[in-house]
Design a protein around this ligand. Structure first.
Ligand code: FES
Length: 580
């Protein structure tokens, strides 16, 4: 840790708006006072933004206004002035065509809202999948003191005496109905049991993964990730976060001080240990790009390869976030990784303390939920990065969610040109497919879908499911929900819509997957592949206008985080002229 605190007191950024007697200063203060703010709140104290992704269209974040009030208490208590502001909230469950298409829009909104407004630091209130990375990306590009507080997961779902995990059981039940093992009526009955409290998905899906990543990166207070949304301690966490940001502003502790290469490597290792979502790959690459850290897919493979998965949560294991919290949550995992010698224990966190200082005193209260390393769910957790002539720039697979026997497999390709083609064909009993085949889905990457939807874990054909088969090798340029499972190759780059080799796979081609050797190969000659690529032409035209045009024109590949090319990097907090 080399961070040196700034001197306090000193003149803050917000005094440019509020700290004088000119006409402009009076203008800025006067309008703020219409909210009933006393004059002495503009005395040069830290002004803290509360960046809120609350929305009733984002049900996972629908309770965040209550948490914002708790943050507000903490800020006032510590001598700051809190000002809450809304940003675009991409909700995973309802937004079309896919919330991922709007992560970058939210990040732009956050960045410009922070930079353009009179604040000295910001609390980032996030929950649902895309809201956490979007807020971190936007805040990192401004680099004012920033801290995350998560909305927290839902309580356990229960259906007829069994745990029901968000998303994971939706996929399981839906396959069971197709296989004739569950009635449609029972599926409808199960619906109400899946989301029984406020909060984000209760599995180790993308929301829980990204809350864990925030904590592992050092951008949230220790213990933030797992506290259930409705537990009173979630409010305490919000309150303490409000207090802490005021001191972060006084110390001038910024994202660039915390988001170092070590922090990202710590987060990648933590992702392996928790059996985290493959979506963390694109999000961490994008966040790293905002602070100028040259993180790559190879870092994911190198850092995560030998990390055992020790968190026994769905979809890799059997418990849910509530049990994870009762067992001690992420600090226990980080402590075990520190003791195993794989973490940078000196990495700085928002508390001002090192990673090790934050976790050294914690205990594991349930070794069936957070397993000892020698009883790990899998010895090699993490994310496998595959390369070969089918994925020259890489593809990813989550071994802990895959069927071990399928990790080395050769099979005949059954190709779906896009998601509509898949939907048209998959239930047709005449489809020439069996469990040894490799399902290939094209045109679902960032440009292709557009937005890189979570359709990579495409459901199996009913005629295969009816044989009791639950997994097949699937390959696409799409993403997969963090709550999903299977031997699923994702994020294949370059994507099909950008003319990657995936675009020219044909029915009947043989594909080889070899995860231990990190290989994904289309078994055709180089000459044949070159000829097919030469003959290929784009099938997804650039939209003529609107946000989709911006997205399609500027989104980068999944291998670098699917950020917009013009948003990569840190642009700082400096603003242009005052308009008054
Ligand atoms: Fe919002 Fe899962 S759908 S967290």
């Amino acid at each position: 840790m080399t961070f040196k605190k700034a001197q306090w007191p000193r003149k803050l950024r917000s005094t440019e708006w509020f700290g004088g007697t000119s006409r402009d200063h009076i203008y800025h203060r006067s309008w703020m006072k219409n909210q009933g703010l006393p004059a002495d709140l503009f005395d040069g104290r830290p002004v803290i933004g509360i960046c809120n992704t609350w929305s009733e269209m984002t049900p996972c974040n629908a309770h965040l206004r209550d948490l914002a009030d708790r943050v507000r208490h903490g800020i006032y208590e510590a001598g700051g002035l809190p000002l809450e502001f809304p940003v675009f909230s991409p909700g995973e469950s309802a937004l079309r065509p896919t919330a991922m298409m709007f992560r970058n829009l939210c990040a732009m909104d956050v960045e410009e809202a922070i930079r353009g407004n009179p604040m000295d630091g910001v609390v980032l209130l996030a929950g649902c999948d895309k809201t956490t990375p979007a807020l971190l990306m936007g805040a990192a590009s401004v680099d004012l003191p920033a801290i995350v507080v998560s909305g927290g997961p839902m309580l356990n779902g229960m259906f007829r005496g069994e745990r029901v995990g968000s998303g994971t059981h939706l996929w399981k039940f839906s396959e069971a109905v197709k296989a004739g093992e569950m009635t449609q009526e029972d599926f409808l009955d199960a619906e109400a049991s899946m989301s029984r409290s406020p909060g984000s998905c209760n599995t180790m899906g993308t929301a829980s993964t990204m809350a864990s990543m925030s904590e592992a990166l050092g951008m949230a207070l220790s213990g933030n990730a797992a506290i259930p949304a409705v537990d009173s301690r979630r409010r305490v966490m919000a309150h303490l976060t409000g207090r802490r940001i005021v001191d972060m502003v006084k110390d001038d502790l910024k994202p660039s001080d915390i988001l170092t290469r070590s922090a990202f490597e710590n987060a990648i290792r933590t992702n392996g240990a928790i059996g985290g979502s493959t979506n963390a790959v694109v999000h961490l690459l994008a966040i790293a790009g905002r602070v100028g850290i040259d993180l790559s897919l190879d870092d994911w493979d190198r850092c995560g390869r030998d990390i055992p998965t020790i968190v026994n949560l769905l979809p890799s294991g059997k418990y849910l976030m509530e049990e994870f919290f009762y067992a001690g949550g992420l600090p226990v995992v980080i402590k075990q990784l520190c003791e195993a010698g794989v973490m940078d224990t000196e990495a700085l966190t928002v508390s001002g303390n090192s990673v090790w200082d934050e976790v050294r005193a914690v205990r594991n209260w349930n070794e069936d939920v957070i397993l000892p390393v020698d009883k790990a769910l899998t010895r090699q957790g993490g994310i496998a990065v595959l390369r070969g002539n089918l994925a020259p720039s890489g593809a990813v697979l989550k071994p802990s969610a895959a069927t071990p026997e399928l990790l080395v497999h050769r099979g005949r390709a059954v190709v779906f040109e896009d998601i509509d083609d898949y939907k048209r064909k998959i239930n047709d009993d005449d489809l020439d497919i069996d469990e040894t085949c490799v399902m290939v889905l094209k045109n679902c990457g960032p440009k292709g879908y557009p937005g890189m939807a979570e359709v990579g874990n495409m459901g199996l054909p009913p005629k295969v499911l009816k044989k009791g088969i639950t997994d097949m090798v699937r390959i696409s340029d799409a993403r997969m929900s963090g709550t999903a499972y299977g031997t699923v190759v994702l994020h294949t780059t370059p994507e099909a819509a950008a003319g990657g080799p995936l675009a020219v796979v044909q029915d009947g081609d043989i594909i080889e997957l070899n995860v231990p050797e990190r290989r994904l190969q289309l078994e055709i000659s180089d000459t044949e592949l070159a000829a097919r690529l030469q003959a290929w032409g784009p099938t997804t035209p650039t939209p003529a206008s609107g946000y989709e045009h911006l997205f399609h024109t500027h989104v980068q590949g999944a291998d670098t985080g699917a950020d917009f090319d013009f948003l990569v990097g840190c642009r700082g907090a400096a603003v242009g002229k005052d308009s008054h």
